[in-house]
Design a binder for this molecule. Structure first.
Ligand code: 13P
Length: 255
């Protein structure tokens, strides 16, 4: 089974609307046909989604739009929240869920991740589900059971087809924004365990079609170490996604 590699840029809380327009235009100009076999996704802050969507459609770009979070209800008295339907209408094909920064600062739990996964799938938006351990968990040798339990909780109640189309991003917390990456072999081992968990829960074919990304200080200078890894299908990129050239270079590494 050949999986289409993905490079997704998580802009986090960066870029005003004018800066987001300019960055998305630069990424769009930097795109060339050598990238046709890689899926590029950009995930700006909520407030920038509409303008970035306009840039991408004006350019008839193949680059997909994603959000960084969502609420699970369809509408109602939930001040400050954004629904899956709102993301759909603005053109989002993807949405990051359960990023460690949301788990740490905004009380995201495995249960709310699961609610969001279902709400997105009901709207036809593909979740990019984040998982990953902190340093204490890694040093205790508990990485695999910890990550597997995050995945089992996130995927609760899905069917095989839904699982097969998911994207899961393994992001060890100690590697995010630190300049320190997991070794490619260690990252691949966790990505393989994620795939195996999907195989155990659903089927081998779901496990083989699911895409698993690595995230955590992935940059043009180190990406070539990750590309040959059999269970890593691309990257979820933070810092290096905030500059068009490095984002495009990362995507080219997977082309
Ligand atoms: P960095 O690439 O800046 O380490 O961030 C990774 C990340 O958290 C992407 O979601």
């Amino acid at each position: 089974m050949t999986r289409i590699p993905m490079i997704a840029g998580n802009w986090k809380m960066n870029k005003t609307t004018s800066e987001a327009v300019s960055l998305s235009q630069d990424i769009s100009y930097g795109y060339d046909s050598s990238l046709d076999d890689v899926e590029l996704v950009i995930c700006p802050p909520f407030i920038d989604l509409k303008s970035v969507s306009t840039v991408l459609s004006f350019d008839k770009s193949r680059i997909a739009l994603g959000a960084q979070d969502v609420f699970w209800e369809r509408s109602g008295a939930f001040t400050g929240e954004i629904s899956p339907g709102m993301l759909k209408e603005v053109g989002c094909r993807y949405c990051i869920i359960g990023h460690s920064e949301r788990r740490e600062h905004f009380f995201e739990t495995n249960e709310t991740v699961n609610l969001k996964v279902h709400a997105l799938l009901n709207e036809g938006i593909t979740p990019i589900i984040c998982c990953g351990e902190d340093l204490a968990t890694r040093e205790a040798g508990e990485t695999l059971p910890f990550v597997i339990s995050q995945i089992k909780a996130a995927l609760e109640g899905l069917n095989e087809k839904q699982a097969a189309d998911l994207v899961i991003a393994y992001e060890p917390i100690w590697a995010i924004g630190t300049g320190r990456t997991a070794t490619p072999e260690a990252a691949d081992e966790v990505c393989a365990a994620i795939r195996q968990t999907v195989g155990d829960l659903f089927s081998d074919s779901a496990a083989q079609s699911l895409r698993v990304l690595y995230g955590g200080s992935m940059k043009p200078e180190n990406v070539s170490l990750f590309v040959p890894m059999p269970n890593i299908d691309g990257g979820l990129i933070g810092g290096a996604a905030l500059e068009a050239r490095s984002f495009i270079d990362l995507a080219k590494a997977f082309a």
